[in-house]
Each structure stands twice: as structure tokens, then as C-alpha cells.
Design a protein around this ligand. Structure first.
Ligand code: NAD
Ligand code: UDP
Ligand code: UDP
Length: 331
């Protein structure tokens, strides 16, 4: 009752999910926290292209100005250096909340962005993660599965941070009537991904390009499902525009062992790339594969780009960033 009703855009605009994406309408004012990051910057490209006004809030912890520099000078684009752990006052219609380091601060950041959503009546989308399923005992993972997370393990602060963020979002939804949307994102790759943050796809691609051995952790039989970033961004936008709270799994059900992934990287970059086995990290989930029936049924969404199609697009971006001297925005 303390919050105004959701009032999308300057008057009429939001479709309430009824106007298909891409249809002409007045622009929305949208905040993208973490918009200078990998996923966020691609989302910003789509929103700007659609005609919306976008405010990126980022502290450049892992993100980079290069990812959004091509929008500088556009009056519909604004970049604010700000840590979402600190409160923030803005007037907006929608909040895509992506800002998140792998540490507990994402809980405070999420609380602040929910407080902002409540105050101004904005719709709030949380980018949660498949990590909420932990080392899953159910396969593939359905949204109704509660997960298997070690609360005191080395990965816990990220996993539990996102689980808490989901809890907060649902509490603000039920208690304060905030319109929330929850996406559970599975491993995503593509242009602009951090080169050196240790994720498996970025590691293998950078290693193959640099003629270094591909480091496979453990026996390499653990699986992941890899989603191309444009598919994810489409899913996030459909979720935001639609009428369903979620949570929704957003991921590509194509499941690969790490050895199979290494093979695809060899095929794509260098058939002579060597593989080197390394000890695995603690609490590494054995399997990960989304059941996306719910997103298919309710959002009309499914991924379009298989690994063998998406990887080459990432490779050319990595090639330029590793070897080229001119900047590439991976658009
Ligand atoms: P990223 O690191 O490229 O982007 C995160 C952005 O948030 C960065 O630009 C960073 O500088 C910014 N940021 C971090 N802490 C901040 C803070 N306190 N205040 C303001 N800005 C802050 O990561 P990404 O891969 O683009 O991930 C985006 C979101 O999607 C994250 O919430 C992540 O947890 C989620 N997610 C990603 C994947 C994936 O495979 N990429 C999988 C599951 C979930
Ligand atoms: N908040 C914010 N921007 C706003 C409104 C709130 O950053 O426009 C922050 C606020 O500082 C607080 C958090 O969001 O830390 C939660 O706000 P809420 O109003 O829900 O909680 P309260 O302040 O009533 O405890
Ligand atoms: N991995 C690997 N080699 C690397 C980096 C990661 O074999 O150089 C493995 C890791 O052990 C895990 C999988 O790849 O089983 C996915 O790791 P990533 O950190 O990319 O994603 P997450 O574990 O968060 O799903």
C-alpha cells in the first residue's frame, strides 16, 4: 500500500506483456545495474535500440566502460559510477538488477534496488542463477526444485547470496506489492565476457588462442549447459515485459561435459590444442541442465543459438581483444 501502482513509462506504454517486443511504443526509463558488464552491456544495446532511455549503474568492479562506450553521447544513455550497496535515488519504470560480485554484498545491493522499486513503483527483475540449485540431486533442474547447496562451502557466498536475493524479491513482492521478476540464469557465454575471470568457456577460448593447454578440472566428466548471450537477453526482456513473476530457468538445455566442450573449442580454434588435467575445485556441481518448459510455455522463449554456432562469435571477439590493438564492442 506504501507504493504507487506500477505505472510503466510516461503514460500508456507498457504492454503488460501484450504488445510483442519490438512493437512501436513510447520509451521506458530503465535502470540496468551492472550494465557495464558482460550480460548487462548486451541488454543495454537491445534496450537502446528499442528506443528506451537507459541508466547504467555500475562500479566497474568487473565491468568495463569499453562495453558501453559506443552509447556515449546518446541522450537516451546515462552512465553512473555507483556501488549499489549504497542507496540510490532515481525515477524509473523498470530495474534490471544484474550488479553482483561473487560476494555477499549482492544482498545489500538487491535490498536497495528493491527499496528503490518500491518507492517509485518500478518493475524489478533479479538475475538469479542456476547456482541456487547447488550440486543438484534432480536432473534436469526444474524451477520447483529447492536445490542442494552447502551453506558453509567455498561457493556458498555466491549461491546463498542469490538465494537470499530471491527471498528478498519475493518478500517485497508479497509484502509491499513490488512487481518482481526472477530469472535463474544458466552458464552464459559470448562476446565481451571477461577474459580472465576463470570461467570455463573464457578459459578454454583464451587458452586455445594463446596456444596454451586447455585446463580441464577433475576428470572433465562434469556437465554444464552453455547459453549464448543474445538468447539470454531475449529471455530477460520477455520476462520483464510479461506478466509472470517466475522464477524462470533461462538456459540452453544442450548439455556438455567439460571434455566435450574442450573438443568443441579444439574444432573451432585449434585442433592441436592440448588438454591438461588439473585438480577440481571444492563442491563443484556434477551436472547442470535447465528444464525450460516453463519459459517455453509462459514466455514463448527458447534459445536459438547452439554452442557450435555461438562459440565462433565469441572467438572473434576474444581474438581481437587478446591480439588486436583496436577495440571491439562485440556487437
Ligand atoms: P559481470 O561481472 O560481467 O557483470 C556484473 C556487473 O556488475 C559488472 O559490470 C560489475 O562492475 C557490476 N557490479 C558488481 N558489483 C557491483 C556493485 N556493488 N555496484 C554496482 N555495480 C556492480 O557478470 P555477468 O556475467 O554479466 O553477470 C550479470 C548477472 O547475471 C549477475 O547478477 C550474475 O550473477 C548473473 N548470472 C550470470 C551468469 C553467467 O553465466 N554469465 C550465470 C548466472 C547468473
Ligand atoms: N532505497 C534506495 N533507493 C530508494 C528507496 C530505498 O536505495 O529510492 C534503499 C533504502 O536506503 C534501504 C533499502 O533500499 O536501505 C530498502 O528500502 P525500504 O524502503 O524497503 O526499507 P526501509 O528503509 O523502510 O527499511
Ligand atoms: N572448469 C574447467 N577448466 C577451467 C575452468 C573451469 O574444467 O579452466 C570446470 C569447472 O570445474 C566446472 C565447469 O568447468 O566444472 C564450469 O565452471 P565455471 O566456473 O565456468 O562455471 P560454474 O561452475 O559456475 O557453473
Amino acid at each position: 500500500p506504501r507504493r504507487p501502482a506500477y505505472r510503466p513509462g510516461f503514460g500508456s506504454l507498457n504492454s503488460g506483456g501484450k504488445i510483442p517486443l519490438g512493437l512501436k511504443r513510447k520509451g521506458l526509463r530503465i535502470v540496468v545495474t551492472g550494465g557495464a558488464g558482460f550480460v548487462g552491456s548486451h541488454l543495454v544495446d537491445r534496450l537502446i535500440a528499442r528506443g528506451d532511455s537507459v541508466i547504467v549503474v555500475d562500479n566497474f568492479f568487473t565491468g568495463n566502460k569499453d562495453n558501453v562506450m559506443h552509447h556515449f553521447g546518446n541522450p537516451r544513455f546515462e552512465l553512473i559510477r555507483h556501488d549499489v550497496v549504497e542507496p540510490l535515488l532515481l525515477e524509473v519504470d523498470q530495474i534490471y538488477h544484474l550488479a553482483c560480485p561473487a560476494s555477499p554484498t549482492n544482498v545489500v545491493g538487491t535490498l536497495n534496488m528493491l527499496g528503490l522499486a518500491k518507492r517509485v513503483g518500478a518493475r524489478f527483475l533479479l538475475t538469479s542463477t542456476s547456482e541456487v540449485y547447488g550440486d543438484p540431486l534432480q536432473h534436469p533442474q526444474v524451477e520447483t526444485y529447492w536445490g542442494n547447496v552447502n551453506p558453509i562451502g567455498v561457493r556458498s557466498c555466491y549461491d546463498e547470496g542469490k538465494r537470499t536475493a530471491e527471498t528478498l524479491a519475493m518478500d517485497y513482492h508479497r509484502g509491499a506489492g513490488v512487481e518482481v521478476r526472477i530469472a535463474r540464469i544458466f552458464n552464459t557465454y559470448g562476446p565481451r565476457m571477461c577474459i580472465d575471470d576463470g570461467r570455463v568457456v573464457s578459459n578454454f577460448v583464451a587458452q586455445a588462442l594463446r596456444k596454451e593447454p586447455l585446463t580441464v578440472y577433475g576428470d572433465g566428466k562434469q556437465t554444464r549447459s552453455f547459453q549464448f548471450v543474445s538468447d539470454l537477453v531475449e529471455g530477460l526482456m520477455r520476462l520483464m515485459e510479461g506478466e509472470h513473476v517466475g522464477p524462470f530457468n533461462l538456459g540452453n538445455p544442450g548439455e556438455f561435459t567439460m571434455l566435450e566442450l574442450a573438443q568443441v573449442v579444439q574444432e573451432t580454434i585449434d585442433s592441436n590444442a592440448r588438454i591438461e588435467f588439473r585438480p577440481n575445485t571444492e563442491d563443484d556441481p556434477h551436472k547442470r541442465k535447465p528444464d525450460i518448459t516453463k519459459a517455453k510455455d509462459l514466455l514463448g522463449w527458447e534459445p536459438k543459438v547452439p554452442l557450435r554456432k555461438g562459440l565462433p562469435m565469441m572467438v572473434s571477439d576474444f581474438r581481437q581483444r587478446i591480439f588486436g590493438d583496436h577495440k571491439d564492442n562485440g556487437a
